[in-house]
Ligand binder design. Structure first.
Ligand code: SAM
Length: 299
């Protein structure tokens, strides 16, 4: 689907940069290079939209996420796309149908605004890990709008329960609305917090949600990439895992979790056995990514 407003923004950025270049012929070299960069990028975004089959990572909604307000601060893109997604799901997905909610979210993320969900391709790696493990108690770090939780709830055993930790209360509320619409709200619990908050969220998981020694079968890491390793260490220190528990980690290559990957290499055959799944960053096929699936060997 063409996004003509995106094409117009690209053309405007390009035109403004070219106009400035024309007005400042003696500007310093660095400034001229930056202006040429803006002009080229703007033109590429505009042309990309006009092709009718735009490349996702050249779309304004993708660039805005990385050039604009950082998801690391607010974990929302800053242009209301998360709320727009919730409204879109309510309008277009059949009620009580998780498959249809997933389809509508994937469609929105490809055609309207790029979203940082695990996406349909890497999502299949997550699906298969759950089908192999048949977990009863699952923990997700990083709910966002609830897409990966929908996928997990769809394939986990009927008596299983997923607990999903989300740092941003607005994201947690959006996920809850989408899950209620898809009728999985009683199988998934979102908890606003993070495991590095001095013990408060860990305590809530034990006291309010029945987390016990050896009782956690599956963990999905998809939050702050620098927190993957310390948060996994916290889970291990709580003694919640058992031999055979599985941890899946998204985005190990992009944006990247190098310390986590190095740790899994170092522990290979000792406390963990890891498979590395080569994949692509969500909703496009140009940027490569890695998903790690690790079996816990020691408990
Ligand atoms: C990449 S998104 C998660 C995508 C989601 N798993 C999916 O595939 O649909 C990352 C989410 O993690 C949240 N987050 C960031 N740091 C966190 C932390 N330390 N603990 C829990 N959630 C965190 C962000 O607010 C954001 O909603």
């Amino acid at each position: 689907m063409r996004d003509l407003s995106s094409a117009a923004i690209g053309a405007a950025v390009s035109g403004a940069a070219l106009a400035m270049l024309g007005r400042k012929p003696n500007a310093p070299r660095a400034m001229r290079s930056a202006l040429w960069g803006c002009a080229s990028l703007g033109a590429a975004v505009a042309l990309n939209e006009l092709t009718g089959k735009p490349v996702p990572f050249l779309r304004w909604s993708f660039l805005r996420l990385f050039l604009g307000r950082s998801p690391r601060t607010g974990w929302q893109a800053g242009d209301g796309r998360e709320e727009a997604l919730a409204v879109h799901v309510m309008r277009h997905a059949r009620q009580a149908d998780p498959d249809d909610a997933i389809r509508v979210i994937d469609d929105f993320s490809r055609q309207h605004s790029f979203m940082i969900n695990i996406g349909d391709n890497k999502g299949q790696i997550l699906d298969r890990a759950i089908q192999r493990t048949q977990p009863r108690r699952l923990l997700e770090l990083g709910t966002y709008c609830g897409y990966s939780a929908l996928r997990m709830a769809r394939v986990m055993p009927s008596d299983a329960h997923l607990y999903s930790i989300e740092f941003n209360p607005a994201n947690a509320a959006i996920a809850r609305r989408i899950w209620d619409h898809a009728n999985i709200g009683d199988r998934v619990t979102v908890i606003v917090g993070h495991l590095g908050d001095g013990g408060s969220t860990l305590h809530r998981l034990r006291a309010e949600h029945g987390f016990t020694d050896g009782g956690l079968d599956f963990v999905f890491l998809d939050h702050d990439k620098s927190a993957y390793l310390p948060d996994l260490q916290r889970i291990v220190d709580e003694r919640w895992l058992h031999p055979g528990s599985v941890v899946v980690a998204d985005n190990v290559r992009v944006p990247g979790a190098p310390e986590y990957r190095a740790y899994m290499h170092q522990e290979e055959g000792k406390s963990w056995h890891t498979r590395e799944h080569r994949a692509h960053l969500e909703y496009q096929s140009m940027i490569r990514d890695l998903v790690l699936e690790s079996d816990y060997l020691q408990g």
